[in-house]
Design a protein around this ligand. Structure first.
Ligand code: SF4
Ligand code: SF4
Length: 117
C-alpha cells in the first residue's frame, strides 16, 4: 500500500478480537465512510459459537474481518486521521499503524489478528 510518509512502509489493522463485543459499530462506520450500499462491507464481524469444544471449554468468539473493499481509510489517514473503524470501535480493540509495530503489539497477548493490504 502507498502510505502517507513512505512507499516502503506497510500499514495495517490490528484487532484484539478477544474483547470484540460484536457491536457492529466498525461495520457501520466503514459503510458510512465509503458510502457502501446494502450488502457491501469493508469490514464484517463473523461469529463462532457458542460451542463446547473437545476440551469441554465453551467458545463464543467474534472476529471482525476486513474485506477486499477495505483501503485502510487511505483518504482519512492522508489527512492525519485514524481509520473510521478504529476511531469508532466501542471496545477500543482496533489499532492502526505500521505493520512492524502492530506485530510487536500482537505478540503481547493471544487472540490478536493483523490485517495488511
Ligand atoms: S480501515 Fe477504513 S476501509 Fe478498512 S475496515 Fe476500517 S473503516 Fe473500513
Ligand atoms: S466496533 Fe470494535 S467491538 Fe464493535 S464489532 Fe467492531 S471490533 Fe468489535
Amino acid at each position: 500500500m502507498t502510505t502517507p510518509d513512505s512507499k516502503e512502509t506497510k500499514y495495517g489493522l490490528l484487532i484484539d478480537y478477544e474483547f470484540c463485543t460484536n457491536c457492529h459499530t466498525c461495520e457501520v462506520a466503514c459503510k458510512k465512510t465509503h458510502d457502501l450500499p446494502i450488502g457491501q462491507y469493508g469490514i464484517k464481524t463473523l461469529e463462532y459459537g457458542p460451542v463446547k469444544n473437545l476440551t469441554g471449554k465453551w467458545e463464543w468468539t467474534y472476529l471482525p474481518l476486513p474485506t477486499d473493499l477495505c483501503d485502510l481509510c487511505a483518504d482519512r489517514v492522508a489527512e492525519g486521521r485514524l481509520p473510521n473503524c478504529v476511531h469508532h470501535c466501542q471496545a477500543g480493540v482496533m489499532y492502526y499503524g505500521m505493520v512492524e509495530e502492530l506485530a510487536a503489539k500482537a505478540a503481547e497477548k493471544p487472540k490478536m489478528v493483523l490485517f495488511t493490504k
